[in-house]
Design a protein. Sequence first.
Length: 259
Amino acid sequence: MRLFLLPPSFKGEPTLELSGKDFNYIIHALRLKEGQEIMGRDRDGKLWDLRIISIHKNSCTLSARQTQEAQSKTDALPEENPLKPIILYQCLPKGRKADDIIKKATEAGVRDIVLVRSRNCVANLEGKETSRLSRYDALVTEAIQQSGSMVPTKVHGVIDISEITDDLRSRSCGMETLGLVLHQTRLSENQSDLLSCVSGFKGCTALVVGPEGGLEEDECMSLLDAGFKAILLKTNILRCETASIYAIGAVQTILESSC
């Protein structure tokens, strides 16, 4: 049984009414019946034991009781240690590639996905941010419920690449930060090794991934001057959407292996 992401309107009430997509997911997708339970998670990351009290034609009523850990009634894995925070700064890719990146990054437990405008971006969301971010929020909800992620992933943006340093400072919550820039070519003097950079780090890790055309040299150097480290993945040439998920997996594996 999947984890259910509670709607933003839920503020800890003992009962809640679900309709629309939430009702369809609980009753028609999961086929839950009256008296059955499911694990819920609110938008702040708190867990709730939910029980279906009654089912109506187009809505259902659930009871809600806060709990401390995921139980066997959900596919979510109990967290002995919460995942270390990762922030993905994703330069806007073409078409629907952002959809796949957002879904997979959410499933992997990335805390924040910040959409970035860089010089080589072809996609332009000007005037479309509100509707696009609303759609991305729906993708995040779907991915959380499918994967059982305990991380309250959020999508933000669009910001300019020059704003990344200040944005990271505002999202780090006072934690030590490690900024990594995926660079498409080897830098003779400024290249860093991923394993040595990430191993043993206990703060907030930020990953900057360029668009299809990569990052311009001055964009990369500006981030390096601000304390970021340039990383070249030691693999084949990767599409931007592949590079994002590959890097997230590599970084997360190193972080969690060095706990």
